[in-house]
Design a protein around this ligand. Structure first.
Ligand SMILES: Nc1ncnc2c1ncn2[C@@H]1O[C@H](COP(=O)(O)OP(=O)(O)O)[C@@H](O)[C@H]1O
Ligand SMILES: [Mg+2]
Length: 575
């Protein structure tokens, strides 16, 4: 119900819908009355003129009613679709603002379901409520009044039939309501499996896992079907039960009416009208039961949407201004574990000062915590203990936008987006000229393959960069980061797919054009980092040593070990 505020901008439509609905319902309510006029006074009274006159009135009313019906559908469409659009926008914005650990917890599949299926369910409720609720309430109350004006005795049938129907509806709804949360959860699973398999299609094929994965999908899909079926089973019972009650009451009306006609207290046409009203009333109950279903489905969905909307991003922007120095990074006694994981911390009591314009390498075995360490700088995560300072300010106090503008990270896994090569590079700075884009690409050694593509910088790149080689993706990602002209540039194993020659050219380019920039480089190969001002050696989340290549070779056991292993692998000459 908190979502109702999204209807505000469309209040006019939301109000016009029931208003035009009233017109339609009124017509529906008067039709049987007019019909009974025709039968009783026209047909039985043999009054042709009356038949024609009433017929024309009925026709005009039908046209008016139809027009009102069309109008109310249109208004309600405007209101509910607008509502859904605004809601989707807000949910999307919230998802974007969430911290990584939060989106991880929701899972991508579930977020997709919430943004699509769940919002549609709520939108249907809005549409349904605006049109059907008003319609059925008027039909229901109007029908009862009309029936009683025909003959008070029919009140008896209503007082018996209504409670019976109500009890049936309530009993079945109580069983069905919890099932809607179940179906929504199973929909999540189907979406998740689908998502994983589409994004990981290449790996699935390479490992010939299609069979296993389609089985996994089948399982998820089947259990979704089962959940849906159990809801449908309940519905399947509900409808016939209601129909039985309805038909029994119709018989009662005919029986009661028959007596009245016999006693000359009622006319045949009136009994006919009474039957139509009765069906309208009981039909109202049926629609009300559908309304309940839509409500319970939508409230399960609304709860899931609210869960997203009410999740406050853990990583919040601070407001402090940065100092005058640009490009220093300090870790002070930093300890970090991933949220929700226990055991030894990924980073343990690490202190390190990185000076402006310095180039520092972080070296260590896989899993030693290199990526985790640098992800603390742009605040993908916050440390558990200790402080990370950029330009002397605790990153938790800085404005997130300013901080992330200062820092450019080229992630270990390059992420590209569908669009042209130039578009992808312009992520770094959307106002950059073609000239600047080209320069950045040249420094990143990306120009050489982009200009060879048939359409050059306008050449389209497939989703997730599937049309490029690993090394090309890496160079494009670096160009993107360079265009940002960051004060701090972090390359997380971003040159791993490049040959040593290209890597050296790239590093020379960066040193030449970005000498003022603080450079943090993560690499596996000692050859890649030898020339850095300092090298920090990470061992199981601890800082083993910091120094130049020569110093470390003499003093640091871990470094010597890495060095020796790489020499043995035949890369020795290069080192
Ligand atoms: N998102 C995550 N959630 C939980 N644990 C993680 C996550 N990412 C990495 N880890 C764990 O943190 C440790 C360090 O990983 P990482 O920093 O990626 O190492 P490196 O970059 O040096 O190879 C590993 O043991 C890994 O299992
Ligand atoms: Mg890593």
């Amino acid at each position: 119900m908190k979502l109702i505020k999204y209807l505000k901008p469309y209040l006019i439509f939301a109000l016009l819908t029931p208003l035009s609905m009233v017109g339609e319902v009124m017509v529906d309510l008067f039709q049987p009355k007019l019909m009974s006029e025709i039968v009783d006074n026209g047909v039985l009274g043999q009054d042709m003129e009356l038949i024609i006159r009433t017929g024309v009135i009925m026709l005009i009313l039908i046209i008016i009613g139809g027009a009102c019906g069309v109008a109310s559908s249109a208004f309600s469409g405007c209101a509910s679709q607008g509502f859904a659009k605004d809601l989707r926008e807000d949910v999307f914005r919230r998802v974007m603002s969430l911290s990584l650990q939060q989106t991880d917890k929701f899972t991508t599949g579930s977020l997709v379901t919430r943004l699509t299926t769940d919002i549609t369910a709520v939108q249907q409720l809005v549409d349904f409520a605006l049109r059907m609720f008003v319609r059925q309430s008027i039909m229901f109350i109007g029908g009862i009044i009309m029936m009683l004006t025909l003959n008070v005795n029919f009140g008896l049938v209503i007082t018996v039939a209504l409670p019976v129907e109500a009890v049936i509806v309530i009993l079945i709804m109580r069983k069905a309501t919890p099932l809607y949360s179940v179906t929504a959860k199973r929909m999540d699973t189907v979406n998740s499996v689908m998502q994983e398999n589409v994004t990981g299609a290449r790996v699935v094929k390479a490992y010939v896992r299609e069979k296993y994965e389609s089985d996994r999908f089948n399982d998820a899909n089947t259990s979704l079907m089962e959940a849906n079926l159990s809801v449908m089973k309940l519905n399947a019972v509900l409808q016939p039960l209601l129909m039985i009650v309805m038909n029994l009451s119709v018989i009662a009306v005919i029986w009661l009416g028959g007596w009245q006609v016999e006693a000359q207290e009622m006319q045949v046409g009136e009994v006919m009208a009474a039957i139509t009203y009765l069906t309208q009333i009981l039909h109202g109950i049926m629609m009300l039961s559908m309304m309940f279903q839509t409500v319970s489905r939508a409230s399960a969905s609304a709860r899931r949407i609210n869960e997203v909307l009410e999740t406050e991003p853990i990583i919040k922007s601070g407001s402090s201004q940065f100092g005058s120095e640009t490009g220093t990074v300090s870790f002070r006694n930093v300890t970090f574990s991933y949220p929700g994981s226990s055991g030894t911390p990924v980073i343990a009591d690490l202190s390190l000062d990185i000076k402006k314009g310095e180039s520092i390498a972080v070296l260590g075995a896989t899993g030693s915590g290199k990526t985790s360490l640098i992800s603390l700088i742009p605040r993908f995560y916050d440390p558990v203990e200790g402080q990370v300072l950029v330009d002397g300010v605790d990153v938790r106090d800085c404005s997130l936008e300013e901080l992330r503008n200062k820092v450019a990270v080229v992630l270990q896994k390059s992420e590209l987006f569908s669009g042209s090569a130039a578009d992808n590079i312009r992520w770094g700075d959307k106002t950059a000229s073609d000239e600047e884009v080209k320069t950045a690409a040249e420094i990143a050694c990306a120009d050489e393959f982009i200009s060879e593509m048939p359409d050059g910088y306008n050449g389209m790149i497939a989703e997730k960069g599937a049309s490029l080689s690993g090394g090309q993706k890496q160079r494009l990602s670096i160009a993107r980061a360079l265009l940002k002209k960051p004060e701090i540039l972090i390359l997380d194993d971003s040159t791993s797919a490049l040959d040593l020659g290209t890597e050296a050219r790239l590093r020379n380019g960066i040193n030449e054009h970005f000498s003022e920039t603080t450079l943090i480089i993560i690499a596996q190969r000692i050859a890649s980092v030898k020339s850095c001002d300092r090298i920090a050696v990470l061992d199981h989340g601890r800082l083993a040593a910091v120094g130049t290549h020569e110093q470390l070779l003499k003093t640091c056991g871990v470094y010597q070990e890495i060095y020796r292993s790489q020499v043995k692998n035949g890369e020795g000459d290069e080192v």
